[in-house]
Ligand binder design. Structure first.
Ligand code: PLP
Length: 372
């Protein structure tokens, strides 16, 4: 439980969604489509700091057309999940790590840093009101989306002196309702996601906006996802879409799991970090290194590189089955989900749901847990 110095005003909906209607929505929530009944809002003014923290009914915002974020994209966000625990209660996975990254992202975008205890308190306050929206089905979760944006009305370019923090929540179903299915990827050499000194390590919408055209190009090539290479040589592998990448060398207990090191142009994924720790726990050799496109191709051809997967909060682990680039295409392993990938996936999901022990203390047990 957190101790925030901000006092939250609580404004609950008068008329709650009927339980039958909620259950109907939760049966097949999809991803990012439906939202819970409340949201958290906190304001920041340069002169007064964080203030006016409140839980309010979920509702559209009214924005002046001159609001700075609409023009200059000064905004950051996070994405984390809350899980119904096998033993009862609700826990958010690595909420502290997401709070810390939210601060780092904010610093890069010249936004104020939300204290970590306020970030955690916001989660507690929202889950207290909306915990019935945390799905219980396996692989389902409540996706939490904190965001912060320049709400100052001004067309002059400067760090905003008025900022708004919001926390909304969206029940989400399994990313793979019909079983884990590998994706095909297109190696983008025409576009770059991030460059040294840029915003690649910050979770900011502009990185996504700049990637949409490359994603469309990947789709035009018949691929599911785009893979980003370094912006200088287009040779070193960085990420896949909005997920980090991991490469498995060898097989069985002797496998090595390698992920590209955090060079400043990669987003430091919490899932990536968690899998490095769990991989070590499971006895795999884990390494932060680098891999070129050539090494990816030759490793698959000579059989030394056995599995490739992408990882992130939304999909957990997504195997990469096939690769296509301007220079050719190849298959990873037999094109199906790999054994190490699936073992890591299960280990992570088990910790998240409270099915396995939590030796790293990754679960943030929400305040509502103690009331259930
Ligand atoms: C959010 C994100 C990731 C994955 O981070 P997680 O903390 O594991 O969800 C990876 N790459 C990009 C570009 C991202 O925005």
């Amino acid at each position: 439980m957190s101790t925030s110095t901000l006092k939250f005003k609580i404004r609950l909906l008068d008329q709650r969604v009927a339980p039958e209607e909620r259950e109907r929505l939760l049966a097949d929530p999809g991803f990012g489509r439906i939202f819970t009944e409340h949201m958290v809002r906190i304001r920041w003014y340069a002169a007064t700091g964080w203030h006016d923290a409140e839980l309010a009914p979920y509702a559209p915002l009214t924005l002046d057309p001159g609001t700075a974020v609409l023009h200059y994209a000064q905004a950051v966000f996070e994405g984390l999940k809350a899980f119904r625990q096998r033993s009862g209660g609700v826990a958010a996975f690595r909420a502290d790590a997401h709070a810390a990254r939210f601060r780092r992202s904010a610093r890069r975008l010249a936004l104020p840093e939300l204290p970590e205890e306020t970030f955690l308190e916001a989660i507690d306050v929202l889950l207290d009101a909306d915990h019935e929206w945390v799905p219980g089905a396996p692989e389902h979760s409540l996706y939490l989306r904190p965001l912060m944006f320049a709400s100052e009305v001004s067309l002059s370019v400067h760090p905003a002196d008025q900022v708004t923090f919001l926390l909304i929540a969206s029940p989400s179903g399994s990313y793979f309702p019909r079983g884990v299915k590998p994706v095909s990827v297109w190696l983008s050499e025409d576009f770059s996601r991030a460059a040294p000194g840029g915003t690649g390590a910050a979770k900011t919408g502009g990185n996504y906006a700049g990637g949409l055209l490359a994603q469309a190009q990947a789709a035009a090539q018949g691929c599911d996802q785009v893979v980003w290479l370094d912006s200088h040589e287009h040779r070193w592998v960085e990420e896949m879409g909005g997920m980090n990448l991991c490469f498995v060398f060898g097989r069985g207990g002797r496998a090595k799991v390698m992920t590209p090191a955090l060079t400043g142009t990669l987003l430091p994924g919490v899932t990536r970090d968690s899998l490095l720790a769990l991989g070590g726990d499971l006895g795999y050799e884990v390494e932060e290194g680098r891999i070129s496109v050539d090494e990816w191709q030759t490793g698959c051809e000579d059989g030394s590189l056995t599995e490739v997967f992408a990882c992130g909060t939304a999909a957990v682990i997504t195997p990469v089955g096939a690769v296509k680039s301007a220079r050719g295409s190849w298959v990873v392993g037999d094109g199906g989900p790999g054994e190490v990938s699936m073992r890591l996936r299960q280990a992570l999901v088990d910790v998240q749901r409270g099915v396995a022990p939590d030796p790293h203390e990754w679960l943030y047990h929400a305040r509502v847990s103690s009331k259930d």
